[in-house]
Every structure is written in C-alpha cells, then in structure tokens.
Design a protein around this ligand. Structure first.
Ligand SMILES: Cc1ncc(COP(=O)(O)O)c(C=O)c1O
Length: 417
C-alpha cells in the first residue's frame, strides 16, 4: 500500500513517477458535463480547491493504507482538525475531547471554536467515564489523539470508541503520532474518522505542510443526529449525501462543502511530496523507533538526567495502552527532563550541534523542542500543568541519523552544560 496504493502508472507515457498537475482549473468537455460535475452526479475534476489528480492519487494511497472508504488532503494538520469538526458540529453543538492534546489543537478548541459557538469540552482526565459524563444531546463527536503530544499519553481507544458508539456519535482520532498508520491504525480499535498531520511522518522530511482526513466508512450517519450528512444539503439543492454516496458520505461532505467553503486545499506539489514520503514510511519509522529506544535507554542511565518519559518503558503511565495500540508499543518521540534549572535546559538545547532546535516531529533529522517556550507557549500555567508541560521538559523526536551520532551529540551538549 505504501508504495503502490493509489498510483496509476501514467497511461500515456508509461512514467513510473506520478505526474504533478500544476493546474488550478480543468477544461469541461461540454456544458452538460460541467453541470453534472457541479451537481455531484458526475465524478471528475472541477477546480483544484476541490480536487487535483496528483492529490487524488495521494488521497487514494492514504485511504488504502488505513483501510478507509476515502480520504481528503488539506493544507495542514490544523485544517484537517478544523474541517472534520466543522463538518459535524455547528454553533450550539459541542464535542468532547480527551485532555492530552497538541497545543495548537488545544487553542483551537479552547478559543477559536468556542468563538464560533462550538463548545469543546476537554475532559479533566482520560477516563472513558469522565468523557461520557460530558456528552449531551448536542454532542457531535468524541475526540482524542492516539498518542498525545508531547507526553505520549495513549488513551484507551477501544473504550472511548464504545462511549461514542453508545451515544450515536463518531469517534475522531488524531493519529499523527501513529505515524501515517504504520505504528497505529485507530480504525482497528473503533475509530470512525482519522485526522493526521501529514507534515510529520507521512511527509517524513520536513519539506511540506499537510493534513489528511480519512473516513472509516463505519458510522451510521442516518441516526437523526447529522441532518447535514443524512438529509437535505443546503449547498446542493437539498441533495442527500448519505443516500447518494452511502458510507462515504462524511468524506464527501468534508470535500464538497468543507473544502469548497474553507478553501484549505493542498498544493499538488505538496501532495506529491507526501505520496513520495509514504514510499519509505515503514523503513523510516522502524529505524526511528529502534533509535528512540536506544537513545532513551542511554539517557535514562545518564547522571545529569532527572527523568526520561518514554512510552516503551514500563514506568510510563501509558505503557500498557501503547503495547495494545501501537506496533511494538513503540514511539519515535519521548520527553526528557534534565537535572537543573530552566537555564541549564536552555544551555543544553543551544549546545546541540546535530539535533535541531525546532518545533517538529517525524522529521528525518533529530529534533529537540522546548514545549513550554514554543508549542505550548500560549497555555496558562494551570493548563501547562494539565498538559504535563514543565519549564525543564524537552521533547525529543528521533530522526534517521546513526543513533551513535545522536548519542554523541547529546553527550557533548551535556558536557557543555
Ligand atoms: C498531534 C498533532 N495534531 C495536529 C498538528 C497540527 O498539524 P500541522 O502543524 O500540520 O497543522 C500537530 C502539529 O504538530 C500535531 O502534533
């Protein structure tokens, strides 16, 4: 799937590589054909804000990898989250989310969506019963990250899926840390919708921004709670997307209403980079999880280290869930707290030569991030504590370098401190 999924050999040329179609629009063969496209009775390309042949190949590959009925590529992980939620909830509705969230998502939920009238109820803990107690008749989804950023908390996805199913609402999982499905496929554990920041492991080289939404095709939209999907669509003269597109209705909704109106489409060139990235995903991630273990073990035994929070160690609170939901219980990210103060932590980060000080995970280069001053900077002191982010916490995303070089780099930075 990673290498062949979604790729149609170029019929006219026999080219092995996928063509990049740098086009905004498509010529219509007739007015009737164009009308069919616009009323959704005729499949085909209208305008690159809605679809593009390069992007379609990438979407087909991701849908095949996850075993979904369809995928929609968008311009960033954040737009994937926004589009998935706004396709389900409108002003007055709410969604219920598990607590360990990427800082950007946390702010989207806490501020921007609330400003739009969508209340996001972020649970104080990830106990499924706590999330269940926050659900009411206006709740439109249960949301979690398969592995929270940055603490690597892994919620009990099967239990959360059961809570969502009981309430008749979809279970959305941000699977960015599941590394494009290689480490974790939430559809196997009851998720209905996956969002993924393709900027990270799918691209794998830090060369483009992107997000993707994947529809598991396993939710019954016709339960009276989602009239915008199973009911007349105002944007298409009352067309019923569920009757017309069956179990792919949600992903069609995201494209034909969401992407059409919000406009957060990816460039065809970026879609090409994502598709290319996928070809080496399994090799990259396997190497990263092996190097992560080696680096975490080296650091755990280092006299200057206060603690290493690595989900592959039995001491991590999510060790059991990681073993259940993630391949080899593995992750390519962990957090590190050095002995000392904020100043020593800063000195360490600034002394690294090979590892880059950036806000990124899943890159081919090793990245060290100081969440309190970067990804989680906008959070209040109390919210930082809830998210598990202390002033001396560092997030490490292990790259593809030889792990001996990474360890040498960390060692020389420790000596500089
Ligand atoms: C778990 C998670 N979700 C979503 C995002 C947002 O993705 P993007 O930066 O592509 O908008 C990130 C970014 O780091 C992330 O880590």
């Amino acid at each position: 799937m990673l290498i062949h999924g979604g790729l149609n050999p170029q019929e006219a040329t026999g080219a092995r590589g996928l063509a990049i179609y740098p086009t905004a629009a498509y010529r219509f063969e007739s007015c009737d054909y164009a009308a069919g496209l616009f009323e959704l009775s005729q499949p085909g390309n209208i305008y690159t804000r809605l679809q593009n042949p390069t992007t379609s190949a990438y979407e087909a590959r991701v849908a095949a990898i996850y075993g979904g009925v369809g995928a929609l590529a968008v311009s960033s992980g954040m737009s994937a989250v926004l589009l998935a939620i706004t396709s389900l909830a409108k002003a007055g509705d709410n969604i219920v989310a598990a607590p360990y969230l990427y800082g950007g998502t946390y702010n989207l939920y806490r501020i921007s969506l609330r400003n739009l009238g969508i209340d996001v109820r972020i649970a104080p803990d990830e106990d499924p019963q706590t999330l269940e107690s926050l659900i009411d008749e206006r709740t439109k989804a249960v949301y979690c990250e398969s592995m929270g950023n940055p603490t690597c908390a892994v919620p009990d996805m099967e239990a959360l899926a059961a809570v969502a199913a009981k309430a008749g609402i979809p279970f959305i999982v941000d699977n960015t840390f599941g590394a494009g499905g290689y480490l974790c496929n939430p559809f196997e554990f009851g998720a209905n919708i996956i969002v993924d920041s393709a900027t990270k492991w799918i691209n794998g080289h830090g060369t483009a921004m992107g997000g993707i939404i994947v529809d598991g095709g396993n939710f019954n939209w016709d339960n009276g709670k989602f009239p915008q999907i199973a009911g007349p669509d105002e944007g298409y003269h009352g067309l019923d997307l569920h009757k017309t597109f069956g179990n792919a209705a949600f992903i069609v909704k995201c494209r034909v209403d969401g992407l059409r109106d919000l406009g957060c489409c990816p460039s065809p060139f970026d879609a090409y980079l994502m598709l290319l990235g996928l070809e080496t995903l399994s090799l990259r991630v396997q190497r990263q999880i092996e190097s992560t273990r080696a680096l975490a073990e080296y650091l755990a035994n280092h006299p200057m280290v206060e603690s290493v929070s690595y989900v592959g160690f039995p001491s991590h609170p999510s060790y059991a869930n990681a073993r259940k939901y993630f391949r080899e219980g593995g992750a390519a990210v962990f957090t590190l707290t050095l002995k000392g103060t904020l100043e020593t932590t800063v000195k360490f980060v600034e002394s690294l030569k090979l590892a880059a000080h950036m806000t990124m995970v899943g890159d081919s280069i090793t990245v060290v991030t100081h969440p309190a001053s970067t990804t989680h900077k906008q959070l209040s002191g109390a919210d930082l504590e809830k998210a598990g982010v202390t002033p001396t916490l560092l997030r490490i995303s292990v790259g593809l370098e030889d792990v001996r070089d990474i360890i040498d780099d960390f060692e020389q930075a420790m000596k500089a401190v």
